[in-house]
Design a protein around this ligand. Structure first.
Ligand SMILES: *Cc1c(COP(=O)(O)O)cnc(C)c1O
Length: 824
């Protein structure tokens, strides 16, 4: 690891160093939740629109951190042992430290930018290079104004090449990144729609990205990409650019043909005049594009790699997914079995620590790590130290190298020769209720362990992509004026997607409030460790005591409910307990009538046991353009109530009205806060407004059995499905009790097989199963997967078919459908 004396960093930042001792700093921390080694950490108290790093100093000091970079003066009496470096701008200071470190690095630094595929390309290059040289690279996809300095900091003097990603979402960001990275070589993947809202045109964005390469020797790109080619020309960089091409025979890498088969692709290329064929295991266009960029780069910088055809044939799928799977015996499994280098190991441990909000015992199942360049003794000593730091309770170590170095581990460690030996020992292993991290090299085949440990109540799985949830959250956050608070609606089990995992993710994103429908939903979140403010939309009188006990905040919609709540709050000795007042401005569901304001004020002025935290209303037709007059009238009624109450109440409160459709269409009326629901889950409530959202949920299941049925026979209850030709009929374990509406039977909907064929339902849908006509889909065999909906098979297909809205389809998926959460 890099380590600098604190005094050196102080000098870089122009501060005077006054301490008697000079601690070594090897961790630059920007997110207080990732703290591991307090005494070696320098915390940067960055201020962003998401939060103020200075708020975490107290907590970090209590945990032993002593070195801080701040922009707000701190009381040194409060932190007698701390050293504060005061700067005008903490983010800038972080970047200065990274720039100084970059200046000391001698190896070539490769800057990678573009709209998509940066991480994939980086990981492909890593896989191709790391057996020959020491490769330093950005962790995960750290490519922002904070991520880039942290990436640079992770590069060691002993690395022989560094791969650094740079991503921008705003004009003028790239200059800052370019100064820090100062790339020797550059690669640009493509220019797509991502973050387009902040750029006047694709061309504008392209020119911004190319600023990374102002002082770069060689730039690699796809020469057939007109936009990038013109951008390079306009930036005066074309003479330094080399590209691959399908059209230009004189390109350094000329693509003669690309033949994609079911599970591999053949690339026939002419590289500097010589004909070469590569077989790669990717079949998707994006990855193939990235491999061609990698080849173009390598023929210039490291041509010997190109003769290693085997390395290309064995490129692993690039999956940055850390999956969280519900295990049997109440385990929580965190599956990270795709890459096994040391950096990803430390990321996975960090992830597990954050995930474990209930402080359950943690278990690590790990295989030998194969990382060239580091002697095994060093590698495993570092691993053991991290394990101890993260307070892992037990380790199950699989492989000869780990066995040989077991003495490094201070926590109880059991060794196994092979994955199969470990599986054989499972009946004697107690993993009940624990959080289990699986971190294995591909060759260790840890998926076998996952299959053994995962909960198998049902073969039907709802995949939930938490990274996309975060994307959608930020998408809406960017649509409302800065500083607007956000309530995330996680009612009805998170619209059917799952409340705890969603809540935990949103808590990490520092959303301001969560809202659930009933007290029990809020209680369940509290019991699992969700500590942020939670509103309850429909608080039952009988549960008021429990509501207060769990510090949930009620929505109050009538005088009698308010009276009752005040009685309970009084009896429990509460003072200023936060409540939220709901106003009926036209929806006519629940709420105070604006005419009741005087009675309400009278009641509020008599008590100090409650206090109005916010007032709000719910819009009935925000999604409907033809009804805008009605919506505006609702908004103005609420504003009227708000003015009146703020004149009379001696304290401030928030006012809010917008749901998802409201945010999309009436962002000017965001007021203090908005309530985001369906959009979080990647579904737009407005037909032509899906742009920019990413689907969060996908439903899949497997075929239980396939039968050959002769022409003329019938399928299922009531003999409703008649087959007119000899047919193959598949049964899948999902029925109306799982949330598949009975109206979808008899061919009213089709699902997708693994080879992409759409197969219709046949016969009536049963309670737990349904039948599909798979006569035209030869890949539909027993055990094969069937997709009900996902990112390419939208859930709206289903809701449209039966005349409802996607909200209903999602929220009615039965709890017995296993949810599987992952991050990308
Ligand atoms: C469900 C709900 C929302 C969110 O609505 P979406 O259309 O899902 O964004 C907002 N406010 C209230 C009161 C709700 O009940």
């Amino acid at each position: 690891m890099n380590a600098y004396p604190l005094s050196t960093i102080a000098t870089i930042l122009g501060a005077t160093f006054t301490l008697p001792s000079d601690p070594m700093i090897d961790i630059l921390l920007t997110d207080s939740r990732s703290l591991t080694y307090p005494e070696r950490t320098l915390f940067f108290a960055i201020v962003t629109h998401k939060g103020n790093g200075h708020d975490y100093i107290d907590d970090l000091y209590a945990k032993g951190v002593r070195s801080f970079v701040v922009s707000e003066r701190q009381h040194s009496a409060k932190y007698p042992e701390a050293f504060f470096i005061e700067v005008p701008d903490v983010l800038r200071a972080l970047q200065q430290v990274a720039t100084a470190h970059r200046g000391s690095l001698k190896m070539p630094v490769v800057g990678i930018t573009g709209s998509n595929g940066k991480t994939t390309l980086k990981e492909i290059l890593y896989q191709l290079l790391h057996s020959r040289m020491r490769v330093g690279r950005s962790p995960k996809s750290y490519n922002s104004s904070i991520g880039v300095p942290l990436s640079l900091w992770s590069i060691q003097q002993t690395d022989e090449i560094a791969l650094i990603e740079a991503g921008i979402s705003l004009p003028n960001e790239m200059e800052v990144l370019a100064k820090m990275i100062s790339p020797t070589f550059g690669i640009i993947t493509n220019i797509g729609e991502a973050h387009q809202e902040n750029f006047s045109s694709l061309r504008h964005k392209c020119l911004e990205k190319l600023k990374l390469f102002a002082d770069t020797e060689t730039i690699v790109y796809c020469a057939d990409d007109e936009l990038i080619r013109e951008g390079l020309e306009d930036s005066g960089l074309l003479s330094r650019a080399i590209g691959w091409s399908r059209k230009d025979r004189s390109a350094p890498v000329f693509v003669r043909s690309v033949e994609t088969e079911r599970d591999y692709t053949l690339l026939r290329l002419t590289i500097r005049g010589g004909e070469e064929t590569y077989r790669i295991s990717y079949t998707d266009e994006g990855s193939i594009h990235d491999v061609l960029l990698a080849i173009t780069f390598l023929q210039k910088v490291c041509p010997e790699v190109l003769s290693d055809k085997d390395a290309f044939a064995h490129l692993d799928p690039i999956s940055m997914r850390l999956e969280v799977i519900e295990g049997n015996d109440e385990m929580m499994l965190i599956n990270d079995t795709y890459n096994s280098d040391f950096d990803s190991f430390s990321i996975a441990l960090d992830y597990m620590t954050r995930r474990n909000t209930e402080a359950r015992p943690t278990v690590l199942i790990v295989s030998d790590i194969h990382e060239s360049g580091t002697p095994p003794a060093t590698l495993y000593a570092r691993m053991a130290e991290l394990v101890a730091r993260h307070e892992i309770s037990e380790v199950y170590a699989i492989g000869d190298e780990l066995q040989e170095h077991r003495q490094f581990f201070s926590v109880p460690t059991t060794c196994y020769r092979s994955t199969d030996d470990f599986i054989a020992s499972l009946p004697r292993t107690d993993l009940h209720g624990k959080v289990v991290l699986l971190k294995g090299a591909r060759s260790a085949r840890f998926e076998k362990i996952v299959r053994t440990l995962e909960k198998r109540t049902h073969q039907t799985i709802l995949d939930v992509n938490l990274s996309n949830l975060v994307h959608n959250f930020n998408h809406y956050k960017a649509r409302v004026p800065q500083g607007t608070r956000i309530v995330c609606m996680v009612k009805a089990f998170g619209y059917g997607v799952g409340s705890y995992e969603i809540a935990r993710t949103l808590q990490e994103q520092r959303c301001d409030y969560l809202a659930v429908a009933v007290v029990d939903e809020g209680k369940a979140l509290r019991e699992k460790g969700i500590s942020m403010p939670i509103m309850v939309m429909n608080p039952e009188r009988s549960a008021f005591v429990r509501l207060i006990e769990y510090r949930l905040q009620p929505e109050i919609y009538s005088l009698s409910l308010l009276e009752d709540f005040i009685k309970v709050a009084d009896a429990l000795g509460e003072h200023h307990y936060p409540i939220h007042l709901k106003w009926d401005t036209g929806m006519h569901r629940m709420g105070f009538d604006p005419g009741m304001i005087d009675d309400l004020l009278a009641l509020l002025q008599q008590t100090s046991s409650v206090r109005v935290a916010s007032i709000f209303t719910h819009l009935a037709v925000a999604d409907d353009k033809t009804e805008d007059a009605f919506t505006l009238q609702q908004l103005s009624k609420l504003q009227g109530v708000s003015h009146r109450l703020s004149a009379e109440l001696p304290y401030p409160f928030y006012t809010h009205a917008l749901n998802t459709a409201g945010i999309t269409r009436f962002a000017d009326h965001a007021m203090d806060m908005v309530r985001l629901g369906i959009g979080l889950y990647g579904i737009s409530p407005i037909a032509d407004e899906a742009e920019g959202l990413r689907p969060v949920a996908g439903l899949r299941t497997v075929i239980l059995q396939v039968q050959n049925v002769p022409a003329g026979d019938t399928i299922g209850y009531g003999r409703r499905g008649k087959v007119s030709r000899p047919s193959r009929i598949a049964v899948i374990p999902i029925g109306y009790a799982d949330g598949i509406d009975r109206k979808l039977g008899n061919g009213n909907i089709s699902f997708r097989t693994v080879d992409g064929t759409l197969v219709p339902t046949i016969g009536n849908i049963c309670m737990d199963t349904l039948m599909l006509d798979v006569t035209d889909a030869p890949s539909a065999i027993e055990g094969a997967e069937i997709t009900v909906f996902d990112d390419t098979l939208p859930i709206e297909r289903i809701s449209d078919k039966i005349g409802t809205i996607p909200y209903e389809i999602l929220s009615r998926l039965s709890p017995r459908v296993a949810r599987r959460y992952f991050n990308e």
